[in-house]
Write a protein that binds this ligand. Structure first.
Ligand code: SF4
Length: 332
């Protein structure tokens, strides 16, 4: 960790083991950013409760936290260089959330696209205050560390914009404390699941970082292909094939060209094509899987890493809150 580096803040809800979509969409980028930024990455465990309504006890947040952070460490997040922490172990987030909620109009929150999507998708009849206030808590998470950058996909940009507006409102109402963070757009490759839809735990189509080489083979072999290619002799179209989307991620250009040409001319079968994909996936996934396995065998070590990181994060949070309390004096 180098204090002079620009700070980056990002978090993930603890949903358990991470799949390739999570890795390629965020985690891989987090790992690479460690070389250039002062990175704060947190387990968003309060956020994990915002959509649970009455089934809170069915989701094991502590177990999911350990599984997810085993993937973080396996993928190469380094607790010496990055601060890895748990949101609820830094209770200052809740205090800042309360103060920010005083300057945030409810109408702003009702307009947030992901709020409306969540309510519709999950069929929530009576969404919680926690869900509506989710972007305010996220603003507190970001502003607490005076982060310069927040790495996000394009659909999360409105949240960072809202954080900037909340920071402006706070600074105007109480006094200048918070710099406005910037969204750092992450290019997210298309990562299809085994059925061709977007890879998602809830679709049951995911390939996990923890899957053994054999399991990955068993998942890739029956994977959905170009639906027009019914027989071996039919030419196919790699541009509409989910297997080829994975080639774009894992396979170097020479072999990728071999697969595309073989597909279009019916020179290769889909199993040949998938075999070539597996040849390139395995060397990329094996080191992550092996490191992950070593960490997962020592859950106490993972917990220690998170507690140590949370202490470090808390020191920063306390400094921020001292500045906040100076401009928003509430007690005699
Ligand atoms: S040959 Fe490869 S790219 Fe073509 S349809 Fe089969 S799996 Fe997809």
């Amino acid at each position: 960790m180098t204090a002079s580096r620009e700070r980056v803040l990002s978090g993930m809800r603890p949903t358990g083991k991470l799949h390739l979509g999570n890795y390629l969409g965020a985690l891989d980028n987090w790992v690479r950013m460690q070389d250039r930024f002062d990175c704060f990455y947190f387990v968003a465990n309060w956020h994990a409760l915002t959509t649970l309504e009455d089934n809170v006890r069915e989701v094991d947040v502590p177990v999911n936290t350990v599984e997810m952070v085993a993937d973080w460490l396996g993928a190469g997040l380094d607790p010496e260089r990055s601060t890895l922490f748990i949101q609820s172990l830094v209770p200052e987030h809740a205090e800042l959330y309360t103060l920010l909620s005083m300057v945030t109009p409810v109408s702003w929150l009702e307009r947030v696209p992901t709020y409306k999507e969540m309510v519709e998708q999950l069929g929530l009849e009576s969404p919680s205050l926690g869900l509506l206030g989710y972007p305010v808590l996220q603003s507190a998470d970001i502003l607490m560390y005076q982060a310069r950058w927040v790495p996000v996909g394009i659909d999360q940009v409105p949240h960072v914009e809202l954080t900037r507006e909340v920071a402006r409102r706070f600074n105007h109402a109480f006094g200048e404390v918070f710099p406005e963070p910037q969204a750092k757009l992450t290019e997210i490759p298309k990562v299809p699941g085994t059925d061709g839809r977007k890879m998602s735990k809830s679709y049951g189509n995911a390939i996990y970082l923890s899957d053994s080489a054999e399991t990955v083979r068993e998942k890739v072999r029956p994977m959905t292909t170009d639906p027009a290619r019914k027989r071996r002799a039919d030419p196919g179209n790699p541009d509409v094939c989910p297997v080829f989307d994975l080639h774009r991620i894992f396979t170097p250009s020479g072999d990728r060209e071999w697969a595309a040409t073989g597909c279009r001319t019916a020179g290769i079968g889909c199993l040949d094509c998938k075999g070539k994909l597996l040849e390139h996936m395995e060397p990329a996934l094996a080191p992550i899987r092996e490191r992950r396995r070593q960490f997962a065998e020592k859950p106490d070590l993972i917990v220690d890493v998170l507690h140590e990181g949370s202490r470090r994060a808390r020191r920063v949070a306390q400094t921020t809150m001292e500045a906040v309390r100076r401009v928003a004096p509430l007690t005699p």
